[in-house]
Design a protein around this ligand. Structure first.
Ligand SMILES: *Cc1c(COP(=O)(O)O)cnc(C)c1O
Length: 403
């Protein structure tokens, strides 16, 4: 029998949706709300202090991604950075062509702008992914046409943790451009999920544009950046003042930017140790799930080098993931079905669908994403309830799916 929910404990397992702010990040941000309050564009000392913080943060972030500080544009979110990359390139390179290559598993911050451009005459090729959610390097290169202006492929998927071969695509693209004496297409990657765990060096990845935000790496929400390689022209989305080299108008969010830089510094410095720790936790959890619950399936790549270390996306046969999620919440466990941005619609996850996962399996999927606060005790706690919840749910609904 399932014990009555007591909510004795909160277990947060949705770090891919967002993270709490690291204490050191909050501390770094604190002075920039009321102590150092100037507008960085002002010429008197308060403005200069704010401008100094802006420059220092920009240098810190540039260092971690192997870029020049002047090639970083601060924005209001990961979503805005993705929009700026896509519309910014589309608008600035009209004379060259109107073809863009992407994948069907991108975040909606990429997919929706692409669908919007399609309505205005751009052509979009979505390169297929395999049943693990991986894109094939040669398929991407083969999709290039003389009028292709942009390739946009995420570094790691937010639903199933599939890590895409960005550096390999980048290398082959360089070769393509060399052979064809072309500067097109440009290469953008959405690295929001990758920022805490993978190498972000834009030179090693051979990307021309890269999106990162702070809210997935223990930094504040509502701050993002777009790296744009020197010499790659883009048009701004937001017009007004001359901030961010005329590419993103509006007074800079100094506290957010300072927090973003601190957060990136901390996750990148701690990533090897945290990767090892989370790898242990996720394997421990997956092992228990398989032993204690019949008919569970892993969605996405095998646990290992092609999967984000903090992601476990699992399907429970014969159950609605949504029901499971709500039951787990009764016991204080927070996880997600698919991506946080689409849970309110009943559509099947576009990512699992693109991977060819049958609707029933997709409906029974739950995403657990681990992070700083999680321990082995959290998993032991969940496993006290989850097998019983699954059993109870299946005894109600089993026949519906299996007769
Ligand atoms: C969260 C996320 C975004 C959106 O970032 P916001 O800062 O919430 O706008 C974009 N792409 C990916 C892969 C994400 O995980």
């Amino acid at each position: 029998m399932l014990p009555k929910p007591k909510k004795t404990k909160d277990v947060y397992l949705d770090h891919a949706a967002t993270t709490y702010i690291d204490k050191a990040v909050l501390k770094a941000m604190e002075p920039y709300f009321s102590k150092v309050y100037g507008n960085p564009s002002s010429l008197y000392h308060e403005g200069l202090k704010a401008n100094e913080a802006l420059n220092t943060s920009r240098r810190t972030i540039a260092k971690f991604i192997g870029a020049l500080p002047e090639n970083i544009i601060f924005t209001g979110s990961g979503t805005e950075s993705d929009n700026l990359a896509i519309y910014g390139i589309a608008k600035a390179h009209l004379q060259h062509g109107k073809h863009i290559i992407s994948t069907p598993i991108e975040h909606h911050a990429v997919l929706h702008p692409l669908e919007d451009l399609k309505k205005s005459g751009w052509e979009i090729t979505y390169v297929k992914v395999n049943d693990k959610g991986m894109v094939n390097v040669d398929d991407v290169i083969k999709a290039i046409r003389p009028d292709t202006i942009l390739i946009s492929i995420m570094s790691a998927n937010n639903e199933v943790g599939a890590i895409q071969p960005i550096a390999e695509i980048g290398r082959k693209l360089l070769q393509y451009r060399k052979e064809n004496k072309a500067s097109y297409p440009f290469f953008h990657t959405d690295a929001c999920q990758a920022a805490g765990y993978l190498n972000l060096d834009v030179e090693k990845l051979h990307v021309d544009l890269m999106t990162i935000n702070a809210s997935k790496i223990y930094g504040p929400k509502g701050i993002g950046m777009l790296y744009v390689r020197r010499g790659v022209a883009i048009k701004p989305l937001i017009l007004g003042g001359e901030q961010e080299r005329n590419l993103r108008a509006g007074t800079e969010n100094i506290a957010g930017i300072v927090g973003f830089a601190k957060a990136l510094e901390l996750v990148q410095a701690g990533k090897d140790k945290e990767t090892k720790r989370l790898d242990g936790l996720v394997k421990y959890f997956w092992d228990k799930l398989q032993k204690q619950i019949p008919q569970v399936k892993l969605n996405g790549p095998e646990i290992g080098p092609h999967r984000l270390v903090n992601n476990l996306n699992v399907s429970f046969a014969g159950i609605e993931g949504e029901a499971l999620l709500l039951y787990l919440d009764e016991y204080g466990v927070m996880c997600s079905t698919g991506s946080a941005c689409t849970v309110k619609s009943l559509d099947q996850s576009h990512v699992l669908k693109a991977m060819g996962i049958p609707t029933e399996q997709s409906r029974g999927s739950l995403r657990f994403t681990f992070g700083h606060c999680n321990t082995k005790q959290d998993i032991d706690y969940i496993m006290k309830y989850l097998p019983l919840i699954v059993e109870q749910q299946r005894s109600n609904k089993y026949e519906k799916y299996y007769t």
